[in-house]
Design a protein around this ligand. Sequence first.
Ligand code: G3H
Ligand code: 13P
Ligand code: ZN
Length: 306
Amino acid sequence: MQKNLKYYINKALNEKFALGAFNFCNMESLQGILEACKNNSSPAIISVSESALSYMGDEFTINLAKASKNIFPYLFLHLDHGKSFETCKKAVDLGFDSVMIDGSSLSFDENINLTKKVCEYAHPFNVYVEGELGQIKGIEDNVSYSSHLYTDPNLAQKFVESTNIDMLAIAIGTSHGVYKYQREQTLRLDILEEIEKLLPNFPLVLHGASTVENDLVDEINTYGGEIKKAIGIPKELLQNVVKNHNIIKINTDTDIRLAMTSQVRKYLMSFPENFDPRKYLVEGKNKIVDVVSNKICNIFYSNNKI
Ligand code: G3H
Ligand code: 13P
Ligand code: ZN
């Protein structure tokens, strides 16, 4: 059987692990993710947001991904939070393995229509489609709590049946960005269970799943950064949803940014005479290897699954 994304989604469902969907925005962040996956024999999704795609440009994005796949073929290029049919079409045409159409801010019917249209375009090319229902918010700097619009399980069932999506991103209390919560919070596992009852064995996706490690935030602040006290998603909650539920894709961007930035800051402050980008970027890349390896082995359990 061809070891494509569908193969690994099914494998993850059957063997109870999750594919990390790791965001990258430059060569070094992708190299870090690649090295962690290769070292641990882990399949993974390499994600680019619309803004990362526009930052790197189509050619660099596609060719960086191709280079990575040549080195380690168990990586799948994914468009994260595509907002329009046109962006998703572009990603399909460029050769992405999967796309997310994020119609979560639209009305239910508009979200269905847009998502269905993306599926109809993408599926003949064997490109998988992720849709989103409910809203996964992030806290802005001076707002205390994120507001969530949790996924309605009955609507989720109707959404999946009406659109023909391959994976569904759900809102059960996770949140994008570094400022997720001010105190520890649990996830709405009751909603997750209800969704799983109505959509048995259907691949589900968790966004906003960074753990926001204190040591990385502290290191950034020690070396001149200004990140306020931040609490991420507890590791134990992620382990639970991976082992006991149908969450087969977990998105991580913030932790990768923190890893890179902490080491770049530390290096530049520690060696102010040095101005060779290779010296500080490799420190950032190496920290990404550590952070991603830890997730693969201890949270997502995707090591040795190729
Ligand atoms: O889920 C959102 C990602 O973290 C993308 O963020 O648009 O700043 O690349 P970005
Ligand atoms: P974090 O901000 O928690 O890393 O979430 C990233 C994400 O969901 C990308 O789609
Ligand atoms: Zn997201």
